[in-house]
Each structure stands twice: as structure tokens, then as C-alpha cells.
Design a protein around this ligand. Structure first.
Ligand code: MSP
Length: 646
């Protein structure tokens, strides 16, 4: 059915592996999906938005083992991190699926059994190479590096040799059907360039796919053959069925299946555009409308990923800038089909110029003038001016173009259009000079008309921005005296001059603060590089090595904030036989005065460092939370200053 005429809309993100805490890359896919689903709701659709976590398989098994944990403990811990980040990012998902849920496991076993009974799954033996990082069987074409040694072409890591009994899915039987699908539905894979890649991959020929593992314990067991566990990609892909009620809620399933869009990164396109439709064809399921493979966020020109140690922690940005600037930047900066290079310069520039200047100033100016010249009451219409017509006409054009762009997943283009309009409203204000008209009582009606028009335009702008910046858009809407929630106003019914305030305009608080790049990097030096690469397993040190550290009890004698920074505190400490000056990033957690007289642990023989022009001659020890804030362990019992800590 034509997407525009369907009443429901089902959108999914990939389910994320739980070996890794979420980073900007994961946030990106999820924010795209959130913006699309919010837009679809405005457009009158009943939306189901599914996200979740991929918790089985060798990668998680190995990662948990390295951390000395049970896989489920690791999964429980990382799931909390994902859910908390989604909350901070205002992600309005309808269901968060975990592949360790019983009803998912049951559904996957049923789907497996079903294909086996149909003859599409058979037992055999796999001999080849397996990349644990991608959870992928390498194609035979990948050349040997040296005997018994291949490098995964997708992630560049070493792939291990595998020889095991397993079950195969008869993928080869679906080659023609897949090619027919791509022919009939050219938008099945988007963007177009990715469709071509997938088609030529399938044209080269498909081999049957191993879909169980006998050497991996952490997985869903094969029905009637518990020695075998189901391959993590067969397990994971089926979340799109079990997450929408397959096997447990027929009504839900029937209302929403098939998915309108699987939003994924281009790294996992083959799984979604080749294997997944083949599994669905084998099970006689209607197929998804579109698989969209978006581009990557790069740092220093390489894909951001934990294993490369170049990920950016979204918490640092969220804490400093808030949610909407990050959502805006990720969606505005690049078309979703292309890669983008993340830089703090680029990010801060966009925040300052688009958000603080263009939009922020428009909001402030309009509302301040309505308060000043009309006591906060929305002016009455007055006689229509010729300029108004162009603002209104442009609004109607904007509405249909923005809708088309959102429908087409060209979110950056939708934002570009909105900004062109914002700038034309700013120009309208500048040209009509309401501040001059206000000096002339005979111009009151004209002034009223201009400010009313501007408020109408601003109301429309906030509406169109809602899918991308839900919190700020609602704030503007509220400032304007609207009493409803934006999502209750339907897009098809939205009219330029619908604006009627229900109460007087309140004093607007600034929504988007300006940020100075130098200040930001001074406070958050870590943010500049991405997270430092951590080695998989911490290497051990000997007791003698530990003894090289001069750890001591120190007493804080004085403390003061370092001027021009947000986080840094300069401290003077008595370490027993001498006094030392230190600089520490702790002002987020502590007022300098409360530290005086406290005893804590310092390392006294660390080489001095200059921080913000001040020499730091020792380092205090503190716990660091995920968002970068520090918590210092203080001595509760009395202990002489200078005592050894060991
Ligand atoms: N568990 C599989 C997906 C199974 S879906 C049935 C998986 N998980 S993942 O944790 O590795 O997440 C991959 C997804 O995260 C990518 O497809 C992409 O959506 C997102 N990204 C991860 N790094 C990214 C960037 N650097 N840039 C943009 N998105 C990226 O694969």
C-alpha cells in the first residue's frame, strides 16, 4: 500500500550489542528514527517505534568473560545505560526489546522450526572463517593473510578459523526472488546507491548461510538439538517480528506488520537487505517497505567505534549543551545517506549561528516586543499588509516542502528549508522596523499586524521543528501562550493564522545559550580527542610497581575556582612535609569552600603538569562518573596528614 495512505507506521532501529556502552553513532540512528516517528505522528499516523538490545552470541559471551561477569549481568548493566541515554535524548520509543526476553526466545525458536519444517533449514558442517566482532561468516573470496589467518574486510580484525556441525539456511534458493524484489520495489533499499551495492552482491551468487553455532553457548538453543545455539543474526533480525507482538499479541502484530522502515547504519545493510527478506520470504511474511542504510559519523576520518577508541561520549555534550542542540546538529549537518565528520568546532558553530543567533534571537525579539508594546497580549489582527501575504504564502509553501522532505527522510533538507524561512522572518522584522513604529502612536495598528504575523510564523516554525527538537519547540509554543501540546495539533490542519494565545506572553528565557569553543575545550579536554582507547583487559602490575607511587593523606588548606573555566579548582594541600598546589576538575560536584579542611588521597610523585596556565604539583584521587563528574573519597576517621596510603 502507498505509505501516505496507510494509517499505521512501524519503524525500527537496529538492536544494539551490549558489549559496548552507547556512543554518538548509536545515538544517531535512534535520533533519526525518533524524528521520523514524531513527524509521522504529527501527520496523523498511528506509530510504533521499536528499539532494543542484541544480547546473545560469541561477542557478548567473550566480552562478559573478559570482564569476569555472566553475559546476562553485562547485558543488564549495559541495557540500563542505553535506556538512560534514550531518556536523556528524548527518544519516544514504544517498546524496548531485549533478545533475552522469554517471548522473543520462544518466537525465534518457532520461526526456526517453521523454516526447518518447510525444508529451508538443513543440517551440515561449516568450515571457514568467522569474525566475532561483526558476528559474521567470512565469504570464501576473502584472501588468506597467512595460513589459518584472515582479516575481516568489514572491521579489519582477525577472523578465526571455524569448523563445526551446524544448520544451514537455504539462502541460495532465494537469489532470484531477491533480485525480483529489488526489481519490483526499487525503494526497498535506500539510498539508491546502496540498492546498487546490494543488487550486485546478490547477482554474484548466494551461498547457503550457517544459522547455528555449536561452539557458542550464549544463545537461544535450537529446538530438539540443544547442543546447537541459533546464530545471533537469525536471533536478532527476528526481533522486528517478536517486538511487534509475533507470538504474543496478534492484534498488535496485525495492526503494524510489515515494517515501514528499518533504519540502520550502512555497516549492517547486507544482513537487513539480503538475509532478512530471504528469511521472511521463507516464512511467508509480508516484506518491509524500506531498509534505510544511513552513513557513519567519523572522527578523524574513521568510523567512530569503541574498538578503535575514537568514540565521542554523548554525555559530555548533553551535559553542556542539552539534548536538542545535539539532535539538531546530527540531523542538520549531513544528509542521512552520507558520512559526516564530527568536530566540536562544527558543532559549536552550528549551535551558535543557527540556534542561538537565527532562531534564538527571533524568539527573544518577537516575544520581548509583544511584551513591551502590547503588555504581553497578542495584538489584534489589524489590516492586512502586502508584506504579510508573502510571509503567509511562503509558510504554505514551506509546509508542503517540509512535509515532503520529512516523508522522504531528507531531514537535513527540511531543516534547511525551515532556516531559510526563519531568516526571511528575521528579515521581515528588520525591514519593517517595529521598534521605530512603536514610537509613533498612529502606527499602532501596523505594529500590531507585524508582530502578530511574526508570532504566527514563529508558531509554525516551532511546529515544524518539533520532530527534531521536541523540547525547544514545545518551549517556544508555550512562550507563545499555546495551551496544548504540539503533538496534539495535526499537520494537515495546521494553518498560518490559527494562532490565538490563551494567556499573555511570559518573559522568555533564553533557549539556546552561546558557547565559546575555547572555553568548552578548556573545560572538557577529553571531549576533544574522543575517549582514550582502553585495552580489552587491564594488564597487571607487580606490587613493586605499585610501590613506586607515593600515595599520601593530604589536607586541603585552601581552594578557589580557576577563573574563566567551568570545572577547574585550584587547591593548596598539606601533604605532611610540604605544601603542594594542585588543579582538579571538580567544580561540578563541589563548592571550593566545602573542601577546606578535608583529608583525601593524593599521588605526590606524579610529574607536574600545567593546567590552564597553573602548575599542578600533585593529583588528588577521585571516582569519575559516566558523565565525567568527579566524586572524591574523603577520610571519615581522623588520620595524620602525610600518612602513607597503600
Ligand atoms: N546488533 C547488531 C544489529 C542487529 S539489528 C537486528 C549491531 N549492533 S551495534 O551495536 O554494533 O550497532 C550498530 C548500529 O549502530 C549501526 O548499524 C548504526 O546504526 C549505529 N552506529 C554505530 N556506529 C556508528 C557510527 N560511527 N556512525 C553512525 N552510526 C553508527 O550491529
Amino acid at each position: 500500500m502507498d505509505e501516505r495512505h496507510k494509517k499505521t507506521f512501524y519503524i525500527t532501529t537496529p538492536i544494539y550489542y551490549v558489549n559496548d556502552v552507547p556512543h554518538i553513532g548509536h545515538a544517531y540512528t535512534t535520533i533519526i528514527a525518533d524524528a521520523i516517528s514524531r513527524y509521522k505522528k504529527l501527520d496523523g499516523k498511528k506509530v510504533f517505534f521499536l528499539t532494543g538490545t542484541d544480547e546473545h552470541g560469541q561477542k557478548i559471551e567473550k566480552s562478559a568473560q573478559e570482564k569476569g561477569m555472566e553475559p546476562i549481568e553485562l547485558a543488564d548493566r549495559v541495557v540500563k545505560r542505553f535506556k538512560s541515554l534514550w531518556k536523556k535524548l528524548n527518544i519516544s520509543y514504544d517498546y524496548f526489546i531485549r533478545t533475552t526476553e522469554k517471548r522473543h526466545e520462544k518466537g525465534v525458536q518457532e520461526l526456526f522450526q517453521n523454516l526447518k519444517e518447510k525444508g529451508d533449514i538443513y543440517k551440515g558442517e561449516y568450515k571457514g572463517y568467522y569474525c566475532v566482532s561483526c558476528e559474521n561468516f567470512l565469504s570464501e573470496d576473502v584472501p588468506l593473510e597467512k595460513e589459518g589467518h584472515k582479516i575481516c574486510p568489514d572491521c579489519g580484525k582477525e577472523a578465526g578459523k571455524v569448523s563445526e556441525k551446524c544448520y544451514f539456511f537455504r539462502l541460495s534458493a532465494y537469489q532470484d526472488k531477491l533480485l525480483e524484489l529489488y526489481e519490483k520495489k526499487p525503494l526497498f533499499v535506500r539510498p539508491q546507491s546502496r540498492m546498487n551495492e546490494i543488487r550486485s552482491f546478490v547477482e554474484k551468487g548466494l551461498k547457503d548461510l550457517s544459522i547455528t553455532r555449536s561452539t557458542v553457548k550464549w544463545g537461544i538453543s535450537v529446538p530438539d538439538d540443544p547442543e546447537q545455539s541459533i546464530y545471533v543474526w537469525f536471533d536478532a533480525l527476528n526481533n522486528y517480528l517478536t517486538g511487534i507482538g509475533y507470538g504474543w499479541n496478534k492484534d498488535l502484530y496485525q495492526s503494524f506488520w510489515p515494517p515501514d522502515i528499518h533504519m540502520i547504519g550502512k555497516d549492517i545493510l547486507r544482513f537487513h537487505a539480503v538475509y532478512w527478506p530471504a528469511f521472511l520470504m521463507a516464512g511467508d511474511f509480508p516484506l518491509p517497505q524500506t531498509v534505510y542504510g544511513h552513513g557513519w559519523w567519523l572522527k578523524d576520518k574513521t568510523k567512530m567505534s569503541k574498538s578503535k577508541g575514537n568514540v565521542l561520549d554523548p554525555h559530555i555534550i548533553l551535559k553542556r549543551f542539552g539534548t536538542d542542540p545535539l539532535r539538531y546538529f546530527l540531523l542538520r549537518e549531513i544528509p542521512i545517506g552520507l558520512d559526516g565528520n564530527f568536530s566540536h568546532e562544527g558543532f559549536i558553530h552550528r549551535c551558535n549561528s543557527d540556534l542561538a543567533n537565527d532562531l534564538g534571537n527571533l524568539v527573544q525579539r518577537t516575544l520581548t516586543m509583544i511584551r513591551k508594546y502590547f503588555d504581553g497580549n497578542i495584538p489584534t489582527l489589524g489590516e492586512e499588509l502586502s508584506d504579510d501575504i508573502s510571509l503567509r504564502k511562503r509558510f504554505d509553501a514551506l509546509k508542503s516542502r517540509v512535509a515532503d522532505f520529512y516523508d522522504n527522510h531528507s531531514i537535513n533538507k527540511a531543516l534547511e528549508e525551515i532556516w531559510t524561512y526563519i531568516n526571511s522572518v528575521n528579515k521581515y522584522l528588520a525591514d519593517s522596523e517595529p521598534w521605530s513604529l512603536a514610537k509613533d502612536e498612529t502606527q499602532k495598528e501596523r505594529l500590531a499586524r507585524i508582530l502578530y504575523q511574526t508570532a504566527c510564523a514563529l508558531r509554525g516554525i516551532s511546529y515544524f521543528l518539533y520532530p527534531v527538537m521536541p523540547e525547544s519547540a514545545q518551549k517556544i509554543w508555550d512562550f507563545l501562550g499555546e495551551e496544548t501540546k504540539i503533538e496534539q495539533a495535526s499537520l494537515p490542519d495546521l494553518k498560518f493564522e490559527d494562532y490565538k494565545a490563551y494567556r499573555e506572553i511570559l518573559k522568555p528565557e533564553p533557549i539556546f545559550p552561546r558557547v565559546d569553543l575555547k572555553d568548552f575545550l578548556k573545560d572538557e579536554p577529553k571531549a576533544a580527542q574522543g575517549e582514550p582507547k582502553k585495552e580489552g583487559k587491564m594488564s597487571q602490575i607487580s606490587f613493586n610497581e605499585f610501590k613506586k607511587m607515593d600515595l599520601r593523606v593530604a589536607e586541603i588548606l585552601s581552594a578557589e575556582k580557576v577563573e574563566g573555566t567551568r570545572k577547574l579548582v585550584k587547591l593548596e594541600a598539606d601533604i605532611g612535609d610540604e605544601k603542594r598546589q594542585m588543579v582538579a576538575g571538580i567544580a561540578d560536584t563541589y563548592e571550593p569552600e566545602e573542601l577546606v579542611g578535608k583529608k583525601l588521597v593524593v599521588i605526590a610523585n606524579l610529574e607536574p603538569a600545567t593546567i590552564h596556565g597553573i602548575e599542578s604539583q600533585a593529583m588528588l584521587l577521585a571516582g569519575v562518573k559516566e558523565d565525567g563528574t568527579a566524586v572524591i573519597p574523603f577520610f571519615v576517621e581522623d588520620i595524620p596528614t602525610g600518612s602513607k596510603v597503600q
